[in-house]
Design a protein. Sequence first.
Length: 274
Amino acid sequence: MSDAYAVIGNPIAHSKSPLIHTEFSKQTKQDMHYEAILVPLNGFIEAIKLFQLNNGKGINVTIPFKFEAYKISTQLTEQAKAAQAVNTLVFDGNDICGHNTDGAGLIHDIIINHGFTITSKRILLCGAGGAASGIILPLLKQKPSTLVISNRTVQKAYKLRRQFSSYNNIIVSGNNEDITGRNFDLVINATSTSLIGKSLLLPKGIFSTESLAYDLMYGDKQSPFLQFAEQEGARYLSDGIGMLVEQAAESFFLWRGIRPDTKELIKALRESKS
């Protein structure tokens, strides 16, 4: 029987994870199969137990179960502990190892695929939810000169600052007045605005001449955030396709011990949108 892997969430039909991991398994000639599983909002633990009984070796976890995955993990990586959320589970006997590969995927995409250096750069992180918490520690480990978290509900931004206070100094911004007149080398949209086609309200002039605008979300069209960044003169633009594939590659490596090639798949996914 082939080893079983899956992504679980609610909703889940939109997930590209089965396509990505099926491609990875073909590329690396692994005897495994991967599926998407829709789980009732109150059925996470039962779904995990059933999956393990059916030769399940590992699971990707998406909205809204990342915190529950964190709670059931018997072992946690530093990144998962810091983020207080888990997106990858590895089953090892009675142990459930919880990982968070989002940040590693983002860093790999920015540094390797885009050739953009984060060290000593000024970063503006827009958003203070789960997507933001999953990438803060890997960003800080790159030793940026500044990390500003901007969020409409400022209390959430302060919570993240406390959560990561032992790693580095984080500046909190609750409104655009705090960042007006400043500019940044890397601006990351970790809000849900792009999912619903809304603009992220940012002041003009925040992008430096060599800046990268990075939207964690992706879709068939350029997001309003990236449109704004382009109009404001950001030199580099990226949606979240690269991060999606790279975080999946991190999960695949944890499960199979082999790191798949990602560049051609990222290219194919981008071309399929156009």
